[in-house]
Design a protein around this ligand. Structure first.
Ligand code: ADP
Ligand code: ASP
Ligand code: MG
Length: 451
């Protein structure tokens, strides 16, 4: 195979029949795209998560009806939907019984089993959409391919096993010239149970498959024609970025630019696989190429925004001239699987924000009572919420004079609760009150990108 591409279509791209048709046409038009990874139709995963968290009978019936409507709105547009609608009915019945079980007693494993149904349904329907456009495709259950650990809700892939599975199952199909349609977001653990990679994880799945297939690129088809200087929903004047580096895109994804799941760049960087982001609604509009070393590298590249941040301030007099306090705190956080994000320290206290990107599929609260109790045994704990993290992404930010003056001057009327500056050449993070976050982003964007 001279040029193999893995394409991924997100939730809005497979939300309804016209959207799925547009995706099918993109796939058919590109003979290099031999593996297609799909998300669940827009809205489906949110409903499945709500069902998995348990709900009353009446609410449950309403959700189940909504799911049926989303899928049948697409099925009803197919000329011959008999076979496929039986399959979808079977999956909907499965969802009904699993959600009944979840309302009695939920568990992370049950949650993953339940929410995996969204991708199962969208991929089955998409194969049929292609067939009606005279294109045969092979549906593959991605659980046969992506092996993970058992960290339900945010499982980590087992690269070696995934490679082996793909060598045995996926490569022979591709070598036979088949077009493979499979699910994003899902994997299987060593016990044979379904796992998920965390919300938005289909991008990650596509990059993982591209890596094990030694693909030339990963094409992320979404609802925007590329990566912009900031979220175009927040700042309509945001501009499309034609090329950017893995490092810049990784910082953007980590700090909240939802357009790429933060882990997507891991396989891409490891194996130097270019990632393209474009719009499935408007493929001719062009997109963004993310590569290892594009030129030029501007000082200011983009602004990312991450809402709903939690700030933990931990203080203890025993921190003064002591060793091991931070190690102790970080051990407790690690034990509770909390990934620390930005951090600042002073003589007797540390302030840190918690990383919620690529969060667990169940959307469970990260700050459990057990964690807070354990931390309180070693220090005073203060929790602040209602905060948002604004990240300026760029290059050489930490060695360029005048950057801080420009930033703080532009937003002088707003309180900056915490700053993280100097750890990375690629970002500066400012924590602000959530109600000011959009305005802070707009002001910074106008100053740095619109002049
Ligand atoms: P998909 O369902 O295709 O995975 P997502 O909703 O996860 O799509 O990501 C696309 C969305 O990301 C866009 O609609 C946009 O609002 C948001 N977004 C946030 N930051 C950016 C950015 N810098 N550039 C482009 N889109 C962004
Ligand atoms: N369907 C999953 C979600 O909504 C995965 C994805 O869309 O990437 O999070
Ligand atoms: Mg996404």
């Amino acid at each position: 195979m001279s040029h193999l591409s893995v394409a991924k279509f997100g939730g809005t791209s497979v939300a309804n029949f016209p959207a799925m048709n547009a995706c099918a046409k993109i796939v058919i038009a590109d003979p290099n795209t031999r593996v297609v990874v799909l998300s669940a139709s827009a809205g489906v995963t949110n409903i499945l998560v709500a069902l998995a968290n348990g709900c009353e009978t009446e609410q449950r019936s309403q959700y189940l009806a909504e799911l049926r409507t989303i899928q049948y709105n697409i099925l009803d547009e197919l000329k011959n939907n008999k076979v496929i609608s039986e399959e979808i009915d079977r999956l909907l019945a499965n969802i009904a019984s699993l959600s009944e079980a979840a309302s009695l007693a939920t568990s992370p494993a049950l949650t993953d089993e339940l929410i995996s149904h969204g991708e199962m349904m969208s991929t089955l329907i998409f194969v049929e959409v292609l067939r009606e456009l005279q294109t045969n495709a092979t549906w593959v259950d991605v659980r046969q391919l992506v092996a993970t650990n058992s960290n339900y809700g945010k499982a980590a892939p087992d690269d070696a096993k995934t490679q082996k599975n793909c060598d045995n199952i996926l490569k022979p199909l591709i070598n036979r010239g088949e077009l493979v349609i499979t699910q994003g977001f899902i994997g299987r653990d060593p016990k044979g149970k379904t796992t998920t990679l965390g919300r938005g994880g289909s991008d990650y799945s596509a990059a993982l498959l591209a890596e094990v297939l030694d693909a030339k690129d990963v094409l992320i088809w979404t609802d925007v024609p590329g990566i912009y200087t900031t979220d175009p929903r927040v700042v309509p004047a945001a501009q499309k970025i034609d090329t950017m580096s893995f490092a810049e895109a990784a910082e953007m994804a980590t700090f909240g630019a939802k357009v790429l799941h933060p882990a997507t760049l891991l396989p891409a960087v490891r194996s130097n696989i270019p990632v393209y982001v474009g719009s499935s609604k408007d493929p001719a509009a062009g997109g963004t190429w993310v590569t290892r070393d594009p030129q030029p590298r501007p000082i200011f590249r983009a602004i990312a925004l991450r809402r709903d941040q939690t700030l933990l301030t931990l203080s203890s007099l025993s921190m003064l001239h002591a060793q091991g306090f931070l190690a102790n705190v970080f051990n407790i956080l690690a034990k509770h699987k909390i990934s620390v994000d930005t951090i600042t320290t002073s003589e007797v206290s540390i302030a840190l924000t918690l990383d919620k990107t690529g969060s667990a599929s169940s959307g469970a609260n990260m700050l459990s009572n057990e964690l807070l109790t354990e931390l309180s045994e070693v220090c005073n704990v203060k929790v602040d919420t209602g905060l948002s993290l604004v990240a300026l992404i760029g290059n050489d930010l930490h060695i360029t004079a005048g950057v801080a003056k420009r930033l703080f001057g532009t937003i002088e009327h707003y309180n900056v609760r915490m700053v993280s500056y100097g750890a990375s050449t690629n970002n500066i993070c400012l924590l602000v009150q959530s109600q000011h976050a959009d305005e802070v982003v707009r002001l910074l964007h106008a100053e740095l990108f619109e002049k």
